[in-house]
Ligand binder design. Structure first.
Ligand code: RUQ
Ligand code: CUA
Length: 681
């Protein structure tokens, strides 16, 4: 009997697996018209029209492309180590990856969201979510660097994130996995899910000038899985909409057990009301631990602070603030059109797309047109909130974006296509195959109040035969479509890094004007900065040795260091003295169990090194910075622990007495202002 049950479950799950795997559309690979190349062509030396910020998925970083060319412009490490730049390896950046679990050098970065003013992208920051160890990050678009990472307590799997309100008042963080909350006993049987597991929605305040994040409050909810979300804007400002699945509250074999109900929910949260309750002191302070990491612009150093308290409010104590809208079937994307009247739910297993009306929802709430409750939360009657349904649009709808001309575009994972439909009459206007199985799609400004239209990019999960084979794994495929006409037109395929989920694009002009070219060295407040080569030095303090080093074309100073001993902790603090755009210097030392540094103009970065043997260790600049880049090098001599070799450092003092070079010609001092120095202490 038991066996039989298991078998039934297995076969049911097999059906689902078949259904959830994409199928290959017919006539693949030939849907490109002849003017496509011209449309995606950006001449050498010319700039792209749009910046495209793309989540890296399981590689934990964000990448930046130009559109329409598909050129890769930059990778920005966020929740990942980047040996190329030393992010997560340098002393300055290590604290960025600190969490209450310690140093967590990886995450699963699914979604990005750009800061907005009045519901329009303003080009200041891009936020990103860490889906594994729950975190939120803020990337500064002046530097294209991760400026801040905030851990989210009482959460597990920060998937429903980092969507924002229309003036970037809040960035949202909804937990994917419900769990026993942090300061309750987590050591309970898993099958007590219904009793012990809770969800949370964190509202993270963003300081409008600095961008700094802080958790304002957390809403405690019944134990469901929050998937995605979007904020109301304009007329619906003050509301946030979250798709939830697993309203069945299953704790095993979710693919079957969380697909039982015909409808799950979109949770509508009146956050202005919740704010009021918090102001009235209805929230509860709870002890938790979470890391808050920030980079200081002047020291170029990150600090990590462990925060210990958060304000929570149970939805049960927030009457008239939270409602459930039934949504078929295991909803994924929750997308709001630019008029901010329509809420589009995408049920992964649904054969239609429900479009809800904000106005009707409010009326239903006023008239109490409810259909019972879900764990105390009023459930609005489906029909009462429904504007209409897009019938037979395709299979496996996931995400919807908008072109600002009254059209919506939805990805269909199972039927491998993008469908364009009209928001008013809900009629399908066009469909194109994608190769294969798209997840997210992105239209410039496509989830804001001001879509720029023109292009649409599909981020496909499966690549198969689209590129030359590269072994068992292929790069994910992005596909660019021209959507300026009635019909969507495929114009470019380009491989991406990691596995992109959500992405956003903005006109280049919004970003370009704020882009920083150098860090002003006069403003460098790093405690280990070396202001000018004459101040280069090596200082010993017990076993700690600080090397104050400068880099300028084409030498490191000092470039000869002796008196380092086994057992020392050596810190190379490298200051790049250049004040010229795009002239970084690198720093590497043989055998370091660490990465390199890339030091930007005006910046100081520190590499920690523990010599592992006695001998000679070359150091050099890794970034080809000048014709004499190969000459930008030096030596560090390591002696045994008890050795009496004095600590010395120098540059330009060539060859000892009686040790002239074979040519007989002393190369002399190239550095100027160098000379030998006796180290302090
Ligand atoms: S979710 S498709 Cu994070 Cu759609 Cu990826
Ligand atoms: Cu500096 Cu190469």
């Amino acid at each position: 009997m038991k066996n039989f049950k298991v078998k039934l479950l297995a076969s049911a799950s097999l059906c689902l697996i078949v259904a959830m795997n994409g199928c290959k559309p017919k006539n693949t690979g030939n849907a490109v018209s002849s003017d496509a190349a011209q449309k995606a062509y950006v001449a050498p030396g010319k700039y792209d029209e749009f910046y495209n910020f793309v989540s890296g998925g399981f590689n934990g970083q964000m990448s930046v492309y130009g559109l329409p060319s598909g050129r890769l412009l930059k990778e920005i490490p966020v929740f990942s180590l980047d040996p190329e730049r030393g992010y997560g390896f340098s002393e300055e950046t290590k604290p960025m990856l600190n969490t209450s679990h310690g140093f967590v050098p990886w995450d699963d970065l699914h979604h990005i969201e750009m800061s907005q003013t009045n519901g329009e992208i303003n080009g200041k920051w891009v936020f990103a979510n860490g889906n594994n160890t729950p975190r939120l990050a803020r990337v500064d678009l002046a530097t294209f660097q991760t400026a801040e990472i905030l851990e989210i307590p009482n959460s597990a799997g920060n998937h429903s994130s980092p969507f924002i309100t229309e003036n970037t008042e809040y960035v949202i963080a909804g937990t994917r996995f419900s769990i026993p909350l942090d300061n309750s006993n987590g050591d309970v049987p898993i099958n007590t899910y219904k009793k012990n597991f809770k969800g949370t929605l964190s509202f993270v305040k963003v300081d409008s000038s600095s961008g700094n994040m802080s958790i304002a409050f957390q809403l405690k909810t019944p134990g469901v899985d929050f998937d995605l979300s979007h904020a109301g804007k304009g007329p619906s400002h003050g509301w946030f909409f979250f798709s939830c699945y697993n309203s069945e509250q299953a704790n095993t074999l979710l693919e079957v057990n969380a697909s039982q109900r015909d409808k799950d929910f979109i949770m509508a949260v009146n956050w202005k009301k919740v704010e009021e309750y918090i102001r009235q002191g209805k929230g509860k302070k709870e002890a938790v631990r979470y890391a808050h990491n920030k980079i200081d612009h002047t020291t170029h150093m990150a600090t990590s602070t462990m925060e210990t308290e958060v304000t929570t409010l149970d939805v049960k104590d927030a009457p008239d603030a939270v409602y459930m809208i039934p949504c078929p079937k295991s909803p994924h994307g929750t997308d709001i059109d630019p008029s901010v009247e329509y809420i589009v739910g995408s049920g992964k297993l649904a054969a239609l797309i429900p479009v809800f009306s904000f106005t009707k929802m409010i009326q239903a709430i006023q008239n109490k047109t409810f259909d019972g409750d879900y764990d105390g939360i009023p459930v609005i009657k489906y029909e009462a909130a429904l504007y209409g349904e897009v019938k037979k649009p395709g299979l496996g709808p996931l995400h919807t974006e908008f072109d600002g001309k009254g059209n919506a575009y939805t990805t269909f994972f199972i039927s491998s296509e993008i469908v364009k439909w009209n928001i008013k009459d809900l009629k399908v206007l066009d469909r194109v195959p994608t190769y294969y199985s798209p997840g997210h799609l992105s239209i410039p400004g496509g989830d804001s109040r001001k879509p720029y239209g023109k292009y649409m990019v599909a981020y496909n999960k499966i690549t198969k035969d689209r590129y030359l084979p590269t072994g068992p794994e292929l790069a994910q495929a992005a596909q660019l479509f021209d959507i300026s006409g009635d019909k969507m037109q495929l114009i470019l395929d380009y491989p991406t890094i990691g596995e992109p989920h959500y992405a956003q694009s903005v006109p280049a002009s919004l970003i370009e004007k704020n882009s920083l070219k150098i860090f002003n060295i006069e403003q460098n407040k790093n405690p280990y900065v070396t202001m000018g080569q004459n101040n280069a030095k090596v200082v010993r303090n017990g076993k700690k040795v600080d090397v104050y080093m400068t880099a300028i074309r084409s030498h490191l100073a000092p470039d000869n260091i002796e008196g380092i001993k086994m057992g020392d902790d050596v810190y190379f603090h490298v200051t790049n003295l250049e004040q010229d755009w795009d002239i970084p210097h690198g720093f590497a030392i043989k055998g370091a169990n660490n990465a390199e540094l890339i030091v930007l103009p005006g910046e100081t970065q520190t590499l920690k090194w523990n010599p592992d043997r006695v001998g000679m260790f070359p150091i050099y600049c890794t970034d080809f910075c000048s014709a004499l880049h190969q000459e930008m090098s030096g030596y560090v001599r390591v002696s045994p622990t008890g050795s009496n070799v004095p600590l010395t450092f120098s540059i330009g003092t060539n060859n000892g007495p009686g040790e002239n070079p074979p040519s007989g010609k002393d190369s002399g001092s190239t550095a100027g202002g160098g000379g030998a120095g006796k180290a302090r202490r």
